[in-house]
Design a protein around this ligand. Structure first.
Ligand code: UFG
Length: 329
């Protein structure tokens, strides 16, 4: 099956393209390269374009006879979204509406959507399952929640079928080291810590150590990017096997364990054998103290299981990729 992967040159998008290819599908990577990388497109054709360009999306869907869409293309920096909500609403919400209009026109109505635990906001119960109230505390989280609601409406009335995948903290790299994480700017904890380890200079700024958590730093549920990629395959199969149109279902994807910022840095020191210096900075706006997911629904309904998501494997694969990739840049 040919599948349009918006944001297919990005971090999770490119890992998903690899997983789709491994399952015999052809991923058509559609990316405007604002953050994506041409070198990350290896498993199918590449079309450079913006999801906001409805005509180009429509043309691409038709050109390749795509039967489904996996939608990643979005801006995803929590902190930046607080500073630039206009940019986030335009790109994420406006871009997705454009994509959905093109899909509707092309009668391609199966979609797997890349959502986020940032749609939940602060935790009321831990771990968080799909019934947890959604009260996002960042514009980024709000854009993703609006898109979830838009998709719900499209499934109710326009014959779309949608699976919503809410990731906790995506991390790690392809275990064969074919691809990995490369953001510019890099804002994510694990790659920043590994960069400090590799360069032996600078320090990781810990964003707040006065949270109500065991060591005062934020707790997150880190989930391996390859496990996330595989969840998209399972979600596509789930939609396609559901014969009745109008399916809408949501799945939280985490590994159910939380690690604090300090714990992550300490594990990165053990794995790299390097000292990673740290300084304490102020809290970062938009950061809830704890985010830990309950993925039992995905396990039961999608048959999804994590294979790489213990923290050591996540950091080891990310480290291997970092060492390989720094020599290629
Ligand atoms: N952190 C630091 N210092 C840094 C970078 C991060 O202390 O230099 C902390 C953050 O405050 C947070 C944790 O490390 O507590 C993880 O931060 P990341 O930036 O790695 O990840 P985020 O939690 O901000 O964001 C990621 C994705 C979002 C997604 C979110 C869900 O980028 O798209 O996970 O938690 F919504």
């Amino acid at each position: 099956m040919n599948i349009l992967v918006t944001g297919g040159a990005g971090y999770i998008g490119s890992h998903t393209c690899k997983a789709l290819h491994d399952q015999g599908h052809t991923p058509v990577a559609y990316d405007n390269l604002t953050y994506g990388h041409p070198w990350a497109v290896k498993w199918g054709p590449f079309e450079r374009g913006d999801v906001a360009d409805t005509a180009k999306v429509l043309e691409t869907l038709k050109k390749y006879g795509c039967e489904a869409v996996v939608h990643f293309a979005a801006f995803s920096y929590v902190g930046e979204s607080v500073q630039k909500p206009d940019v986030y609403y335009k790109n994420n919400v406006g871009g997705t509406l454009s994509l959905l209009l093109a899909m509707n026109e092309a009668a391609v109505k199966n979609i797997v959507f890349s959502s986020t635990c940032a749609t939940f906001g602060g935790p009321i119960t831990i771990p968080m399952n799909e019934k947890h109230p959604q009260n996002p505390i960042s514009p980024y989280g709000r854009t993703k929640l609006i898109i979830e609601q838009m998709l719900k409406d499209f499934t109710t009335s326009l014959g779309f079928s949608a699976a919503i995948l809410r990731y906790f903290n995506a991390a790690g790299a392809d275990p064969s080291c074919d691809i990995g994480e490369d953001h510019d700017p890099e804002t994510h904890l694990i790659p920043i810590a590994l960069k400090m380890a590799a360069e032996g200079k600078g320090a990781v700024t810990i964003f707040g150590d006065d949270y109500d958590t065991p060591d005062g730093t934020c707790v997150r549920d880190y989930i391996h990017v390859t496990d996330l990629a595989n969840a998209h395959i399972a979600a596509l199969d789930y939609i396609r096997n559901h014969k009745v149109r109008g399916l809408y279902d949501d799945f939280n994807l985490g590994n159910g364990k939380g690690f604090s910022v300090k714990e992550v840095i300490s594990r990165a020191e053990k794995i790299t054998g390097k000292v990673i210096r740290q300084t304490i900075g102020p809290r970062r706006p938009g950061d809830p103290p704890v985010l830990v997911g309950d993925s039992r629904k995905a396990e039961e309904k999608l048959g999804w299981k994590t294979a790489y998501s213990n923290l050591d494997t996540i950091i080891e694969t990310a480290w291997k990729w970092h060492l390989k990739h720094q020599n290629q840049r």
